[in-house]
Design a protein around this ligand. Structure first.
Ligand SMILES: CC(C)(COP(=O)(O)OP(=O)(O)OC[C@H]1O[C@@H](n2cnc3c(N)ncnc32)[C@H](O)[C@@H]1OP(=O)(O)O)[C@@H](O)C(=O)NCCC(=O)NCCS
Length: 173
């Protein structure tokens, strides 16, 4: 079945939180301490996503596989402080069993559409330096490596890398 991507609604907050926590655990196992990953709390993330969806300043999309939400992505005005970029892909997570089936590409396409609606012309994304899979995905979509900087997550000191698309027309699906 071809996956469907649609704008998220407030009622999706719990499903987005479930995908968020499950994907963090599988993606960052070995990169972040297991006790930190174990402590991530779906209910807390549900509240956070509910507020984001109610607030409406980010564009949030979900990928559905039949009745199940298997991924999500969000974006909006650049907020991480990368000079020279207006738009940002804030987050994109797909459940491990649903990766590699085009959901990521379709979610980026949706976020790019959302950035265009906000009259933003370019896009930056931050990714953990050691997250080789996601980096390959961004490179596949035409993202150009910009730089690396330190980031603290919980008590872990890591490095994150940025990728940019100078024009939304440069995103290659
Ligand atoms: C990274 C992620 C969003 C990609 O989404 P996806 O649905 O798995 O990727 P798609 O099926 O849409 O793939 C799109 C293209 O990227 C390529 N690609 C995707 N993941 C890749 C990987 N790990 N290594 C190499 N290429 C990859 C695909 O081969 C495809 O290219 P093709 O059409 O030329 O074959 C998804 O795998 C994911 O959620 N990973 C875990 C969470 C994560 O790291 N999120 C990003 C945090 S910054």
């Amino acid at each position: 079945m071809v996956g469907l991507v649609r704008p998220a609604v407030v009622e999706d907050a719990a499903a987005i939180a479930d995908v968020h926590v499950a994907s963090w655990r599988t993606t960052y196992s070995g990169l972040l301490p297991e006790d930190f990953l174990g402590s991530l709390d779906e209910a807390g993330y549900e509240g956070r996503w509910r507020r984001i969806l109610e607030d409406g300043s980010s564009r949030v999309y979900v990928a559905a596989d039949g009745p199940d939400i298997v991924g999500f992505a969000s974006g909006g005005r650049e907020r991480a402080g990368e000079s020279g970029y207006e738009g940002e892909l804030y987050a994109i997570y797909i459940l491990r069993d649903s990766q590699g089936r085009g959901h990521g590409r379709r979610l980026v396409q949706a976020v790019v559409g959302g950035l265009r609606e906000l009259a933003l012309r370019d896009m930056v994304v931050w990714v953990l330096r050691e997250n080789a899979g996601a980096r390959k995905f961004y490179e596949r979509l035409g993202g150009v490596y910009i730089r690396t900087q330190p980031i603290t997550i919980g008590s872990s000191s890591l490095q994150e890398a940025s990728y940019g698309w100078r024009s939304l027309d440069d995103v290659r699906y």
